[in-house]
Design a protein around this ligand. Structure first.
Ligand SMILES: Nc1ncnc2c1ncn2[C@@H]1O[C@H](COP(=O)(O)OP(=O)(O)OP(=O)(O)O)[C@@H](O)[C@H]1O
Length: 707
């Protein structure tokens, strides 16, 4: 027989719905759901035959049994101990205590305020006592165990009246396979209820789970990811544990949230099915010297930034000698060779950063050679180049190849920090140096880089006043934090970068000449992507970092298109284009024009249209015949009607002859015939490549026959 809440209240054994005190301070959001959970718990307790006037059960485990329980849960306790200590700092002087239980609800450890511990002891909230619902009725620990959810049980919501002086916030702790390990709880006097406590407990439980997960990984890969790269390494990061065969072995709670999946569902997946990548790609990324987070799409379409890490030996993870993977290192592609031929396995476990970036472009290699010469020479390096050309990547490569590699690399973007904050950010400040300063002061970025490399990006955007301050630091090799009298010696290598013309700025008095001469030990200029001869290799690198290099290649027409495009955003833009294309081409083997975003194609059309305008104004001899011919059927004023980025340069066109000797219509028909020949008579393919309809092809060819 089941008993309703009303029945149980009527016979004095249970509550009436809402009979407990409704805590005013308890957050109102989710209140109906919370009330329902408490009601259900009360019903369970009544069904178990418990009464609300029950005396607390004072029968703890015998000392020996408690020791056995603690022994059995040693790993949980050792991961929980530092977290409980940290939590204790947060709740100190609030008349509260922290409780850790095992998966059955038996209290393993408590810490907290002595006075409150004594009060809690009176209701048997003490080590060795079981707080499962069946023995203590509705309470945060027992109810969290049943519902497997973070649970707040406040004051009169406790099933037993004797417990109603307490407010308890508990969160279950799970292992990476979703098994319950125990419960973390903070309990205090209900009068001091604070709504932040539940959040703290929840975060602390996650911390314990993450410790457990990262310690448990053995010879496995761990993938740390989040939709925002700056969240990697924080409590909110998702963590997946992956075996050498690519199977997903476990996930933390944030990973499950980001993936929208249950623990069991995640473990049905592999790297390929979940992230469209494989172990080889991850390990290559991990071994790449300049590893920045990869960008991958989750199965639910969410874009995440992901950093793979290995725990244990790569060799044991991959099962291959020396930890080699099957994903090869990319090399420069000699002209005429396909990008696929540019691959060969690497033997060394970690490449030099500069070597990694040298992918065959002569201009870049010249830069790399120069930079190589000043490594460890205490000569400041200034990197010039358009946006997205890889200035920061080069700075990281230099750091990684230097003797400072094990010390910090600290990047400061002078353009992105508000002018009012940049001084404090760079030089740090003492306690109370200015309004809004943190109580304990802060270490500036320069000091953070001590022993390592300071990368000053967009140095041309540094305010003039600050330039003087920086100059002093560079001259004296000492930093004086704001509001401090102390001068702290620093040892840093300085690399700066800008896309601005600093010499012109010096002439306009917006950049200090003396600072310029402190920074310009060696000045190198990175080539724009449109001027590089190794675009295909760079593209392969990016595909590799996306984890699709083995399965997805660029079609010849896309390579031709890329080689013709002017890439104003340089490698960054190429990376963006490829990321989108890789998603669009999921499940296919080639990225074709159909996978490129309309925005990018529009840009190409605009570019071609302006080329064409130039051609129409007498520059025709400077252009290949195909685009010139295109003028006839796609006037510059209507760029949308231009053929999409067709591989016009790949078609072997009939010799056009002097432009004046043929009409545009004739030339157009020649182009169409060439396209049909190139497509081996496949009219649909030719039409697609030219961006016109099949009917138009037939019509034009008929016209040609008549003519
Ligand atoms: N050689 C390369 N291979 C692969 N990816 C690259 C390469 N060069 C640059 N990238 C990628 O292009 C993007 C831009 O690089 P980076 O930030 O180093 O450029 P930047 O010149 O410093 O840009 P900005 O001037 O806008 O700060 C990054 O995502 C980087 O990983």
């Amino acid at each position: 027989m089941t008993m309703s809440v009303a029945d149980s209240e009527a016979n004095g054994t249970g509550p009436r719905a809402g009979a407990w005190t409704s805590p005013v301070a308890v957050p109102q959001e989710n209140l109906p759901a919370r009330t329902e959970l408490i009601e259900q718990s009360h019903l369970r307790c009544a069904a178990l035959g418990l009464t609300r006037v029950e005396r607390p059960d004072f029968e703890p485990l015998l000392r020996g049994d408690l020791n056995i329980a603690r022994e059995r849960n040693l790993r949980l306790s050792s991961h929980a101990a530092p977290v409980m200590e940290m939590l204790l700092e947060q709740i100190v002087n609030t008349g509260s205590m922290i409780v850790l239980t095992d998966a059955q609800g038996t209290i393993l450890h408590t810490v907290g305020d002595d006075e409150f511990l004594a009060r809690a002891n009176k209701v048997a909230l003490a080590p060795g006592v079981n707080w499962a619902e069946q023995s203590k009725g509705t309470n945060a620990i027992g109810t969290a165990l049943v519902d497997e959810l973070p649970t707040l049980v406040h004051a009169g919501e406790h099933f037993m009246h004797v417990n109603s002086f307490m407010t308890c916030s508990a969160a279950p702790i799970f292992d990476p396979r979703g098994n319950m390990l125990g419960v973390l709880d903070v309990t205090g006097d209900q009068r001091v209820y604070h709504q932040h406590t539940m959040g703290l407990v929840r975060m602390s439980a996650r911390m314990i789970e993450n410790h457990w997960l990262t310690d448990d990984s053995g010879d496995r890969l761990r993938l740390h990811f989040h939709i925002r790269p700056e969240f990697i390494g924080t409590l909110l990061e998702g963590i997946l544990v992956v075996g050498g065969d690519g199977r997903i072995l476990g996930a933390n709670r944030s990973a499950l949230d980001l993936l929208d999946m249950s623990s069991a569902a995640v473990r049905m997946h592999s790297l390929v099915s979940l992230l469209n990548t494989n172990v080889g790609a991850l390990i290559d990324h991990l071994r790449a010297p300049l590893a920045q987070p990869m960008r991958l799409h989750l199965a639910n379409g969410r874009l995440v930034h992901l950093s793979p890490r290995a725990s244990g030996s790569l060799q044991r993870i991959t099962g291959l000698p020396g930890g080699l993977t099957t994903v090869p290192e990319m090399r420069a592609v000699p002209a005429g060779e396909s990008a696929g031929a540019a691959t060969r396995p690497v033997a060394e476990s970690r490449m030099s950063g500069l070597h990694y970036l040298s992918t065959g472009d002569a201009q870049f290699e010249a830069v790399a050679r120069k930079v190589q010469r000043i490594l460890n020479r205490d000569i400041p390096l200034m990197i010039l180049g358009e946006t997205g050309t890889g200035k920061e990547l080069l700075a990281r490569a230099v750091h990684q190849d230097s003797e400072r590699a094990r010390q910090p690399f600290v990047a400061v973007n002078c353009a992105s920090i508000p002018e009012t904050l940049i001084e404090a950010e760079l030089f740090g400040y003492e306690e109370g140096a200015f309004t809004g300063a943190r109580r304990k002061g802060a270490t500036g970025r320069i000091l953070q880089a001590n022993g390592g490399t300071l990368f000053l990006d967009e140095i041309g955007d540094m305010p003039l006043g600050l330039q003087a301050h920086l100059l002093r630091v560079l001259q004296e090799r000492c930093v004086t934090p704001l509001g401090s009298q102390r001068s702290i010696p620093v040892d840093i290598a300085v690399v700066s970068a800008t896309h601005r013309d600093l010499r012109a700025m010096i002439e306009q008095s917006s950049f200090r000449q003396d600072l310029y001469y402190r920074l310009d030990g060696l000045v190198v200029r990175l080539p724009a992507l449109r001027d590089r001869s190794d675009l295909t290799v760079v593209a392969q690198r990016i595909l590799m970092s996306l984890g699709v290099a083995g399965s997805l290649a660029l079609s010849p027409s896309v390579i031709a298109l890329f080689n013709r495009y002017h890439w104003p955003g340089n490698v960054r833009q190429l990376a963006t284009v490829l990321r989108t294309a890789a998603v669009m081409a999921a499940g296919e083997t080639q990225i074709t024009e159909d996978h490129l975003s309309d925005d990018f194609l529009d840009d190409i059309r605009r570019m071609r249209s302006s080329e064409l305008r130039a051609g129409a104004h007498g520059l025709v001899e400077a252009l290949p015949s195909a685009p010139a011919i295109a003028v006839a059927w796609a006037p510059a004023s209507a760029p949308r009607e231009l053929p999409p980025a067709a591989p016009s340069r790949e078609l072997s066109l009939p010799a056009a002859g002097p432009a004046a000797a043929r009409t545009l219509v004739e030339a157009e028909i020649d182009l169409i015939r060439a396209a049909v020949d190139a497509a081996q008579g496949n009219i649909s393919l030719a039409a697609k490549q030219l961006g016109i309809s099949r009917n138009t092809i037939y019509r034009k060819l008929r016209l040609g026959q008549k003519g």
